[in-house]
Write a protein that binds this ligand. Structure first.
Ligand SMILES: Cc1cc2nc3c(=O)[nH]c(=O)nc-3n(C[C@H](O)[C@H](O)[C@H](O)COP(=O)(O)OP(=O)(O)OC[C@H]3O[C@@H](n4cnc5c(N)ncnc54)[C@H](O)[C@@H]3O)c2cc1C
Length: 364
C-alpha cells in the first residue's frame, strides 16, 4: 500500500521506541508522538529483568515473545552501543528463585520447556550468594537470566532513532482518531489534526482510554508498582534474587533495585510509606546487610495490565491502518523486541514472524 503520510506512533515507551526502530529500518518515515519526553513512564520505572519472574505461570503466547526477545537482546544492545555510545549494561546476572514450588514448576514445565532451571541446595546457595540469609526448602537457579538498565536502554534507543531519521514530537497529546470508510484518516491532538494513513497506538497503561472512542474496548488497566533504590557496595550480591514477587536487582555500580509492589489504584503514581516498609522488609529478610544501606530513591510506575499478561498486538477491527501494541503488564522490557517485530510485520504487510492469533485485539 502506498502511503501519503509518515507512520505515526503514539507513545515513546519501550514498545513505541522499538516499533519505531523496526519500521525505520524497513525504510518507513516515522513520527513518534508523546505527550511528554519519551520514556518517562512504565519503561523508565521498571526493573529491567529480561524474563518473567515465574515463567511457568505464563501462557505459551507470552513465552514465545520472551524467547525470541531473549535471543535478539545481545545483538540489539551491541548495535545500540556502537551507534550511540550509551551502554544499557545488558548483564547476565542469573536469577535465584527462593520460593519455588517444585511441584508447580514440574507440572507446568512442558509448557515452557526452553527455560533452564537448576535446583540448588543450601550449600550451593550459600556459595552462589554468601550475603543471603534465608535458607529456603527449595531454590531454583536460572543462570541465563539477564537484565538491562532501562533508562539507559531508552536513551540509547532515542539517540539511535534520531540517527535513523525518526522525528520526535514530545509535546503532543493524541486525543482521538477519525476514519473514512473504515480507513484511518487522521489523528486528533492538542496540536491540531494530523492526516494519517497508518498509526500505532503504543500508549502503555493509557492505551485503552485512547481507543475507547473508536469503539474498541481493550481490557488494559494501570497497575502501580513501586521500587526502592538502595546504595550498596558493588558485589554485595551478584544475582537477581526473588521471593514472593519481591526481588533485588544488583546493578554493576552497587545500586540495588528493590521491587516491587502490585497496587490497583488507577492512574495514581504516588509513592507510599507502606510500599517503602514492605520493600525494605523483604530486602532485609533476604540480605540483612541491606539494612545499613542508604535509600537513594523511591518511585512508582503504571504497568499496562492485561487480564492474561498477553499483550494486544494487531490492527483495529473496524479501522484499517490503526494498529495497537500494548498490555505487556509486568514484562514489557522483556517482551519488547518480539512485540515490536510482530506489529511492524503486520504494518509492513510482511509474513508475520509469529502467529499473530494469540495477540489479536478482539480475543475473548
Ligand atoms: C515497578 C515496575 C517494575 C517493572 N519491572 C519490569 C521488569 O523487570 N522487566 C520487564 O520486562 N518489565 C517490567 N515492568 C513492566 C514494563 O515496564 C512495562 O510493561 C513496559 O514499560 C510498558 O511499556 P510501554 O511502552 O507499553 O508503556 P510506557 O512505558 O508506559 O509508555 C507509554 C507512553 O505513552 C505516552 N502516552 C500515553 N498516552 C498518550 C497520549 N494520549 N498521547 C501521547 N502520548 C501518550 C506516555 O507518555 C508514555 O511515554 C515493570 C513495571 C513497573 C511499573
Amino acid at each position: 500500500m502506498r502511503m501519503k503520510h509518515p507512520v505515526y506512533i503514539v507513545g515513546g515507551g519501550i514498545v513505541g521506541l522499538l516499533s519505531a526502530r523496526e519500521l525505520a529500518r524497513a525504510g518507513r518515515p516515522v513520527v513518534l508522538l508523546d505527550r511528554q519526553a519519551v520514556g518517562k513512564e512504565s519503561s523508565w520505572a521498571g526493573g529491567g529483568i529480561l524474563s518473567s519472574l515465574y515463567p511457568w505461570r505464563y501462557p505459551a503466547a507470552t513465552d514465545q515473545l520472551l524467547r525470541w526477545s531473549q535471543q535478539v537482546y545481545p545483538s540489539l544492545i551491541t548495535a545500540l552501543v556502537k551507534a550511540t555510545g550509551v551502554d544499557p549494561e545488558w548483564t547476565v546476572s542469573g536469577l535465584l528463585i527462593l520460593d519455588a514450588n517444585i511441584g508447580e514448576v514440574e507440572a507446568n514445565f512442558s509448557k515452557n520447556s526452553h527455560f533452564s532451571f537448576e535446583r540448588v541446595n543450601a550449600v550451593q546457595l550459600a556459595e552462589l550468594e554468601p550475603a543471603l540469609a534465608i535458607q529456603p526448602e527449595s531454590a531454583l537457579w536460572r543462570p541465563d537470566v539477564a537484565q538491562v538498565r532501562n533508562p539507559r536502554l531508552i536513551e540509547a534507543l532515542r539517540r539511535d532513532l534520531v540517527q535513523k531519521g525518526v522525528e520526535f514530537r514530545e509535546d503532543v497529546t493524541v486525543t482521538g482518531f477519525s476514519q473514512k470508510q473504515g480507513k484511518l484518516a487522521a489523528l486528533h491532538t492538542n496540536q491540531g489534526v494530523f492526516p494519517a494513513d497508518q498509526c500505532l497506538a503504543a500508549a502503555g497503561a493509557w492505551t485503552a482510554g485512547l481507543l475507547e472512542k473508536t469503539g474498541l474496548m481493550l481490557p488494559i488497566r494501570p497497575v502501580r508498582g513501586e521500587i526502592l533504590l538502595l546504595r550498596a557496595r558493588p558485589g554485595l550480591i551478584s544475582h537477581i534474587l526473588l521471593k514472593d514477587y519481591h526481588y533485588l536487582i544488583p546493578r554493576r555500580d552497587g545500586l540495588i533495585l528493590v521491587g516491587s509492589t502490585f497496587e490497583d489504584v488507577g492512574f495514581d503514581k504516588s509513592t507510599t510509606a507502606k510500599a517503602k516498609n514492605e520493600l525494605l522488609k523483604a530486602a532485609v529478610e533476604m540480605v540483612p546487610a541491606l539494612s545499613d544501606c542508604p535509600i537513594e530513591q523511591q518511585w512508582a510506575g503504571l504497568r499496562p495490565g492485561s487480564p492474561d499478561s498477553v499483550p494486544f498486538i494487531g490492527e483495529h477491527p473496524d479501522i484499517s491502518g490503526l494498529f495497537v501494541c500494548s498490555g505487556h503488564f509486568r514484562n514489557g522490557i522483556a517482551l519488547g523486541p518480539a512485540s515490536a517485530r510482530l506489529v511492524a510485520d503486520l504494518m509492513l504487510g510482511c509474513e508475520p514472524s509469529f502467529d499473530p492469533a494469540p495477540y489479536r485485539l478482539t480475543r475473548e
